[in-house]
Design a protein around this ligand. Structure first.
Ligand code: SAM
Length: 298
């Protein structure tokens, strides 16, 4: 694989970032979640968490003006960066011209066939990780796509809003625990890498951020016969957070089978008065099987 070429001054400093922005007359689009990282220490932590080497690949979502991309190019064998904003493409080609192992793709990641991208860009890599400072307005859809597409990923190391990182890592019985926690923890083991103050970005966002590492499990956390049914039960359980399971799950069983539903729940050792936020993944898996057996998921 090609080794990265020489590098200029690091992009991730306030001065260099401002210089690039001025040179290209770039104006930030808030609607695209454009907050560029200008803190080298945070980049060090992101790159270290991704555990890259020259046999591995990195997929970056939203490279901006290339602050993280250039660091990935120095560590990984191959880097593919998918950027939606066409104004950034010539800037990226300019600032990353020295790195032969980087390809920039102009696309919306949510509309990209990632399996095809894998075949075209990462053939021969021993492992591939997603490493990104995500646009906050689409964090959850991007994470869900990465998880559900069944890609051969080693890990996902991403900067997200701090509150979203807390939801991903939340344990049952806490206020942050919900459908995102369950989806993430079903596929991955989450680990908080660091909290990032808003001053690490230009322009500074209104919220604190955090870097989280999601290490892909070799197999899901719990075994389920049908994943779609499992997630249907999870979503129905959280449809109205204040409602008990005995009430929320009537959306699946039908109101006329409420008494039978209570029996199914009790049969799994789950009191119908409990709320979705108290159930572990194991309990959701057992409940899905039992509801299926009772014909409540047809
Ligand atoms: N990686 C850069 C950094 O750390 O400085 C920029 C991160 S900025 C938070 C998010 C980037 O994602 C922006 O460059 C934005 O244009 C891009 N973006 C937003 N929505 C996108 C999408 N759907 N697909 C690909 N890129 C997207």
């Amino acid at each position: 694989m090609t080794k990265p070429g020489v590098s200029g001054a690091d992009i991730a400093t306030p001065n260099r970032t401002k210089e690039i922005i001025r040179k290209h007359n770039f104006t930030f689009k808030k609607s695209l979640g454009q907050n560029f990282l200008v803190d080298k220490n945070i980049l060090d932590k992101i790159v270290a968490a991704a555990n890259l080497d020259e046999t591995k690949g990195a997929l970056e979502i939203g490279p901006g003006i290339g602050a993280l991309t250039e660091r990935l190019a120095r560590e990984a064998g191959r880097v593919t960066a998918v950027e939606i904003d066409n104004r950034l493409i010539p800037i990226l080609h300019d600032v990353l011209a020295d790195y032969g192992n980087v390809s920039v793709v102009h696309a919306d990641v949510l509309k990209t066939d990632l399996h095809r991208l894998w075949e075209e860009r990462f053939a021969g890599c021993t492992d591939v990780s997603v490493v990104a400072n995500l646009p906050y307005y689409v964090t959850t859809p991007i994470i869900m796509k990465l998880l559900e597409d069944g890609l051969p990923l080693e890990s996902i190391v991403v900067m997200v809003q701090k509150e979203v990182a807390e939801r991903m890592a939340a344990k049952p019985g806490t206020k942050d625990y919900g459908t995102l926690s369950i989806a993430v923890q079903y596929y991955c083991e989450p680990e908080l890498v660091c909290v990032v103050p808003s001053g690490a970005f230009i322009p500074a966002p209104n919220v604190d951020s955090a870097v989280i590492r999601l290490k892909r499990r070799s197999r899901p956390a719990v075994e389920v016969a049908d994943e779609a049914s499992f997630f249907r039960v999870v979503h129905a359980s959280f449809a109205q957070r204040r409602k008990t399971l005995g009430n929320n799950l009537t959306a699946l069983s039908g109101k006329d089978r409420k008494a039978e539903l209570a029996e199914v729940l009790s049969g799994c050792g789950i009191q119908p008065e409990r709320r979705g936020e108290t159930l572990s993944l194991r309990e959701f898996a057992d409940l899905t099987e039992a509801l299926g057996r009772a014909g409540m998921l047809d």
